[in-house]
Ligand binder design. Sequence first.
Ligand code: PEP
Ligand code: MN
Length: 293
Amino acid sequence: MRGSWQERFVESPDVLKSSERPQTIVQVLDLEIGGGDFITMAGPCSVETEFQLMATAHHIRRGGARILRGGAFKPRSSPYAFQGHGLDGLKMLARAREESGLAIVTEVMSECDVPMVAEYADILQIGTRNMENYSLLEAAARSGRPVLLKRGMMATVADLLRSAQLILDHGNPNVILCERGIRTFETATRNTFDVGAIALLKHISHLPVIADPSHAAGHRELVPALARIAVAAAADGLLVEVHPNPDKAWSDGEQSLDFAGFDEMMASLDPYLALRGLVLTEPERVRHMEAVG
Ligand code: PEP
Ligand code: MN
């Protein structure tokens, strides 16, 4: 890597690519995140009901996703909005994993909850509002679970890498970076999707990078285009919100895809994945795509 990048990110030396460490592969169940396969994480913003979660899990699995997302602890903009089911939500996620075989990613908001969330989740999600909550990052690092670290909505790439470095410093090498959009003067989209950050992170860091087009766009009709851009920018995967009935979702319905929308988005990624030499070949997906035409 050119010296200038190393100088620029001097506070995060261990997250930068080197000849000894060209790429980190985060192993989750039988998945290798960052290992060349494109990994889709999909599911509702919040875990609401058993039916909602199971229906979504089965659908996204057929569509080619390998990880189920869903919040049991929700950082809401309003203190009066639904805050999540907590432990009951984690239990529903664990049942969905048993039934579907999907791995689970879910947010942990408080360091006190880390041991409980780590018992149920395969990946701990650190949300945008907590990217610089160092005591939470330390606790998440010590849990031994892989950490999905979302970029703070007002954080620079250097800030994101510093937080990743802190997790590595606490003995956990399994960090997945996530670009989810940042705040800018533009308010027509919920956040500004910083595709340049994806390209940069892929260029300078050995950590896997995934893109969250849902929280970036804020509007479901924009999500597939941002997902395709993420594939073109060499992201290792996606985190995308899917709900059986988005208009009735308890959170983030506006940006959630319904099942047909998810299928369409996934199908639209294929040519972009092919440019990278990638094909989603899970037999269930192939059969499902044939069935939906
Ligand atoms: C989420 O993934 O539902 C979420 C709250 O994301 P963010 O922290 O990026 O807003
Ligand atoms: Mn959400």
